[in-house]
Structure formats: structure tokens, C-alpha cells
Design a protein around this ligand. Structure first.
Ligand SMILES: Nc1ncnc2c1ncn2[C@@H]1O[C@H](COP(=O)(O)OP(=O)(O)OP(=O)(O)O)[C@@H](O)[C@H]1O
Length: 248
């Protein structure tokens, strides 16, 4: 479904005029299958979010390709409606001048549906993410963090994409709210048969929602493991990382 094929990405080191480059992703290949939740775990700076941005088509790889059902995400028409994202920083994810309804409707506008259809869709989406329909007229400053993240999720699923990239999407929420949002994500995945790419530092959350996990190190895949075999990771790095991430 979502296929990353031999992707490399580098950035200019030390500012605009430097000719030196830092290679952030090195020959990364992976596949997120239909209906799968694929976790990506790695230390800070290992390149997880960069990989996420390439998957979304926000940035281009130096070489290699990212494909959704065989089509390159660099083409705007391929990514629109097929892949969406929910990020950690929910406070800046919503335009403060938009009502909840306007925020959810924004990605839906590309579908050229009637006003009535869009309104009904917003009602359904609010219902599905566990918010009352009356919230459609609220602004983001009137909502809690968990509620904003629910609106972001409603927005992300509005076009019924094949895949959602969740980049530390629950990390800024209180633990009790994290669990509720994880449960919501699980339910929605089943309803819409979507795939998730779940970038996280939170091994417990990954264990709860992911089917497979990629251990990422220095811009490369260190190991891919099915969630039920997480305790049996082979590489020394993966063992060390998991040990450092497990806090209980
Ligand atoms: N736009 C950019 N320009 C220059 N360097 C960048 C850019 N984006 C990321 N980097 C660098 O690429 C490396 C990987 O960053 P990235 O944010 O992808 O890591 P990460 O694993 O997601 O980290 P974290 O878990 O802390 O979010 C870092 O050294 C970072 O400084």
C-alpha cells in the first residue's frame, strides 16, 4: 500500500551557504500494508519525522520513491485524500480563526460536495471522534488538548484516506487522554480500514496499537519486528533502545 523504496535524504549542514550535507535518511525501504499500523521507534534525531514528511510528500527525497498503491506521493493528486497526518503539536495544528466545522471542512473542499453533504459529514465525523455536534461552532482556544486532537483526527479521516501518519500524535496529551485517543484511533482504523504509520517514543503506546514496529537508528532501519515479538528483538541497539524506553 504505502511503499518507501530506497529513499535517501540529506540537508545542508551549518546554514544556507555551506556545501556540506548531513545525510539524514540512508537507503530506507519499507512497506506499510493495507489496514496495518506500522510503528517507527528511534532515538531523537534518528530521522523519523523526516521520513514522515517524505511519506506525506511534503518534502522530496534526494533519491528513491514513496508510493501509494504504486503512485508517487510527489504528485499532489496522489497524496490529496489518500494520505493525511496528525502531529504532536495540536495547538498549532488548527487555524485559530477557524471554527471546528471550518477546520474539518477544509480538506473536504477538494471533493466538490454540496454544502448540505459537507455539513452532514461534519456531524458524522464529530460523532465518530466522540465530540458533540454543538462543538462545530467552537474555536480551538475553547477546547482542551484532547478535544483539539480529536478535531485533528476528524479532519485527518474526513477524506477517508488510505493511510494516516501519526507523528507523536498522543505525546502531548495527559496519560488518561492518551489511552482514550489510542482507543479512538483503533476503532476508526477498523471502521475505515485505514493504515497508520505511528511515529513514537512511547513503546507502551506502540505495543497497544501497532502490528509491526520498525526500530530506526541513524537514518536507517535497524530491525523490523512483529509486535508480539517485541521482547525478542535481536540487535543490540534495539534491545538497548527498548530497555531505555520502557519506564515501568
Ligand atoms: N529541514 C531541515 N533542515 C536541516 N536539518 C534538518 C531538517 N529537518 C531535520 N533535520 C535534521 O535531521 C535529523 C533528523 O531529524 P528528525 O526530526 O527527522 O529526527 P526525529 O527522529 O524525528 O527526532 P525527534 O524524535 O526528536 O523528533 C536531525 O539531525 C535534524 O537536525
Amino acid at each position: 500500500m504505502l511503499k518507501v523504496d530506497k529513499v535517501q535524504k540529506s540537508y545542508k549542514k551549518n546554514g544556507l551557504f555551506s556545501s556540506e550535507r548531513q545525510i539524514v535518511l540512508k537507503n530506507v525501504s519499507l512497506e506499510c500494508r493495507n489496514g496495518e499500523c506500522l510503528g517507527i521507534i528511534g532515538e531523537s534525531g534518528s530521522g523519523k519525522s523526516t521520513l514522515g514528511r517524505l511519506m506525506l510528500g511534503i518534502e522530496k527525497p534526494d533519491c528513491g520513491t514513496v508510493l501509494i498503491d504504486g503512485m508517487n506521493v510527489e504528485d499532489r493528486r496522489v497524496r490529496l485524500g489518500n494520505i493525511s497526518a496528525v502531529f504532536q503539536d495540536y495547538k498549532s495544528s488548527l487555524n485559530p480563526f477557524f471554527t471546528v466545522e471550518e477546520a474539518i471542512l477544509e480538506p473536504l473542499k477538494i471533493q466538490n460536495k454540496s454544502k448540505k453533504e459537507n455539513k452532514d459529514k461534519v456531524t458524522t465525523l464529530l460523532n465518530q471522534v466522540g465530540l458533540p455536534s454543538s462543538y462545530r461552532n467552537k474555536y480551538s482556544h475553547e477546547l482542551s488538548g484532547g478535544e483539539i486532537q480529536r478535531v485533528c483526527i476528524a479532519r485527518a479521516i474526513s477524506t477517508e484516506p488510505k493511510c494516516i501518519l501519526l507523528d507523536e500524535a498522543i505525546s502531548s496529551l495527559d496519560v488518561s487522554v492518551q489511552i482514550q485517543v489510542l482507543e479512538l484511533l483503533k476503532d476508526l482504523k477498523r471502521i475505515y480500514n485505514m493504515s497508520y504509520v505511528f511515529i513514537t517514543h512511547d513503546i507502551q503506546a506502540a505495543a497497544y496499537i501497532c502490528d509491526r514496529v520498525i526500530i530506526f537508528k541513524d537514518g536507517q532501519i535497524e530491525e523490523i519486528v512483529a509486535i508480539e515479538h517485541l521482547k525478542d528483538v535481536k540487535s543490540v541497539y534495539a534491545r538497548k533502545l527498548l530497555k531505555s524506553l520502557i519506564t515501568f
